[in-house]
Design a binder for this molecule. Structure first.
Ligand code: DLL
Length: 432
């Protein structure tokens, strides 16, 4: 179902006209109220009035996560805290967290956006939605929670952890839609298999997953093991949280809510804007945010944009499924390794789960790569011979299909600790 037909199905010229008007007002606001932007614009000798078309945005400076860290915590807010009614922050796996604020209007927009996500994923007011994202400073749970209530679904604010209880609630309260990270969905599937619970005995029919990259093979695995239809949704806390883009029933790219965000794809090296279809880094500009609007924010996520019509009727640009962040790619002796490549390999190996962590290090000047992989419960207590054969299989597949040598270390089920319910897939100690 389309939640907001007027805004999700506009003609392209209308989308661009609306974006232009909102962009002019956003640029004026940040120029007046955020000293960081005033300084940047002045240095480049540009003023917000120079915007004549959406494409002129490319003349404006990019904003990076480091800029937000320098203004930590409230330096880049465009309004005084008096006007701010909610504060969230990102987990800060890679340093100090970044802080984001919302006015009352911002929260209303956010709920509308996540209601679009849920509707695109098939949720209606007849559904019982279990939100298994962490409630707290992380944007995931609260953002989706309000959208689900707006739709009129019955919301179970479960948060993360306590898998046994999650499954019990799912059985007893007849959950029909699960919202979580894809890796948590797989963990639930594994738990049910271990406990002899048949997923077909549940009422679950939909899974709306996001907050971390997951491949098509992972989607297939989750759909087959939980007997559900799984869709992807994407968001970034600095620009809003969940509610930036989401897949519809066609599962062919995520519709990006262009009436609230302008997407651009840039070459991460030259920083030049790339044409539709080209793969590069996603850059987002807020169009409606009052408390904390960002101009050309570098997400570091690698994707491409497709403006062709979708059979669902939405006219919004679609972004390709994000398979990795530019800073999650490990480069070993010149070979780029995406976490999604490792995930696909692990899904082919019997006895292990696609729950893993890549650790790159430099020992006496030589780069080393260790791949820690969680094995299934049954396999963990198996003979050493079997474990060795599993490690060897993974090492061979990595060498043959990715072209890198890694030391594979099999670890106990659930021993790789997530942060905010999200798997930490890459640790690069060489960067220190
Ligand atoms: O993860 C917001 C969110 C919550 C989105 C729940 C969807 C569902 P952050 O904590 O700021 O915000 O993390 C943002 O997570 O730059 C991507 O690298 C990654 N990410 C988020 N969604 C997806 C996705 C939330 N669907 C960062 N596919 C982003 C791939 C994703 N990566």
């Amino acid at each position: 179902m389309i939640w907001d037909r007027r805004n999700e199905c506009r003609a392209r010229e209308e989308v661009e006209q609306l974006q232009l008007e909102r962009l002019q007002s956003t640029l004026n606001r940040v120029y007046r109220n955020v000293s960081f932007y005033k300084k940047r614009f002045d240095q480049l000798g540009i003023t917000p009035d120079e915007i004549q078309s959406v494409r002129d945005l490319a003349q404006f400076p990019l904003t990076a996560k480091e800029d937000l860290r320098e203004s930590y915590p409230y330096g880049m807010f465009a309004l005084p805290l008096r006007e701010v009614v909610r504060i969230h922050s990102s987990s800060g796996i890679t340093g100090k967290p970044t802080v984001t604020g919302y006015t009352r209007n911002d929260l209303q927009h956010w709920s509308q956006l996540t209601a679009r996500v849920l509707s695109a994923g098939g949720v209606t007011k007849d559904d019982v939605v279990q939100i298994s994202f962490k409630y707290g400073l992380f944007t995931g749970a609260f953002g989706l929670h309000h959208g689900a209530e707006l739709i009129g679904a019955s919301v179970l604010p479960m948060s993360t952890g306590n898998t046994r209880k999650q499954v019990m609630i799912m059985q007893d309260y007849k959950t029909t839609a699960l919202m979580s990270t894809p890796s948590y969905a797989l963990l639930l599937a594994r738990f049910m298999e271990k406990e002899g619970i048949d997923p077909k005995s549940l009422s679950l029919k939909l899974g709306l997953f996001g907050a971390e990259p997951w491949s098509e093979s992972m989607r297939k695995e989750i759909e087959e093991r939980l007997f559900i239809s799984a869709t992807d949704n994407y968001g970034v806390s600095e620009v809003m949280g969940p509610g930036v883009s989401a897949e519809c029933e066609h599962k062919n790219g995520l519709h990006l809510y262009e009436d609230h965000f302008i997407p651009e794809i840039i070459d991460p090296q030259t920083l030049k804007v790339l044409p539709p279809g080209a793969e590069g880094e996603l850059v987002l500009t807020n169009l409606t945010k009052e408390a904390f609007p960002l101009v050309r924010y570098r997400t570091r996520d690698i994707t491409s944009l497709d403006y062709s019509p979708c059979p669902c009727g939405r006219t919004l640009a679609r972004m390709k499924k994000v398979l990795g962040r530019s800073d999650d790619i490990i480069i070993m002796k010149g070979v780029n390794i995406f976490p999604s490549q490792v995930e696909s390999i692990l899904l082919e190996v019997e006895g292990v789960e696609p729950r893993y962590q890549m650790i790159a290090d430099r020992v006496e000047g030589v780069d080393t790569l260790e791949l820690r992989v969680e094995v299934n419960e049954g396999v963990f207590s198996d003979e050493i011979k079997n474990l060795q054969s599993i490690s060897a299989q993974i090492e061979t597949k990595l060498r043959e299909s990715v072209g890198v040598s890694a030391r594979v270390k099999l670890v106990a089920p659930e021993s790789l600790q997530p942060v905010d319910g999200r798997a930490v897939k890459v640790i690069d100690r060489r960067k220190k």
